[in-house]
Design a protein around this ligand. Sequence first.
Ligand code: DHB
Length: 396
Amino acid sequence: MPWMTMDRMRTEVAIVGAGPAGLLLSHLLAQDGIDSVVVETRSREYVESRIRAGILESSSVELLDSVGLGKRLHDDGDHHRGIYLQWPGERHHLDFVDLVGRGVWVYGQTEVQKDLGRARDAGGQRIVYEVADTAVRDVTDRPHVTFTVDGRPERLDAEVVVGCDGSFGPSRGAVPETVAGTWTRTYPYSWLGVLADVAPSTDELIYAWHPDGFALHSMRSATVSRLYLQVPNETDLAEWPDERIWAELAVRIGPERVPGPITEKSVLPMRSYVMAPMRHGRLFLAGDAAHIVPPTGAKGLNLAISDVALLAPALTALLRENDPRLADAYSDTALRRVWRCTHFSWWMTTMLHRGGAGPDADFEAQLQQSQLRWVVSSQAGATGLAENYAGLPIGY
Ligand code: DHB
């Protein structure tokens, strides 16, 4: 093999991952005058077309507004006052604005990603896409990230490394097992998610409990619906031709939808995962790198946003004033909200999905229906769901 010199770069904060957590962090740091470089294994086109849940809590929107990222969200996004919860024969609206004084915004994560990409372009952010062999090294001493670009080795030295590289990225592995605790939960079902060029048949999202399994009617725009069906784990998409999907949606949610072209179809596994602490030495973790929630309730993006909203001022104080207090508190502070959302996502998931067959599942189904009735009919029940769904303040 020919001998190659390693290119070296230096920055204050090396960010691994150019998803919403990584790009928003680079944006917040730039506003404080902190230099960062972002490295990403995927291409920009890939990260900008990844389909994810599209619900933003009020505090996420306030944060994006406060740093100049809210314009298109307000122009093109949709403010929702609440959601519908339904089970066979009944549909109830929960009005979060009446219950807790705030609603949510429906605005696809792909759109947030594009807005962030444009803002970072305007800010002259250094982002290296399509890197390979990324490794996070020496985080307790001289933190740096090594990677290759087109087969050429590179090294990025930094004061601090932040892992925003999701659950399969290399950052998580740089925290030794002797240091980290992990908590995990798998679920005996998945979601079949589809995007369809069909006008939503509802003004706000419908979460549907049904004996055949959960279904969700969400949306991306006035002409695009996002729909989900509970399916068994390891489901083969070949078993779900479009006609079967529309028929099952009609059974589980109701017959109002007019079938139309399905433009994307995938099976999404469901998992809860938390790793703590979210820091080791001069490596910090944010977003999916430290925690995964099942999609019900759409908390993943909001948690990524709240993590970096805490982390940016902590790193600024550390690097500019040599004040470690916020950085030292970051993991504990972030984890309070992480566990709240982990509980809420688990609670929504287990309240709405069929757990299998047999007497235990039948017993569970009765409990679920009783719980749903309580949530929609009791002020306390409805307020609890609304407070968590519309989101707690950053720093909760
Ligand atoms: C969406 C996904 C969710 O998990 C959810 O709870 C609400 C909406 C979505 O993709 O639009």
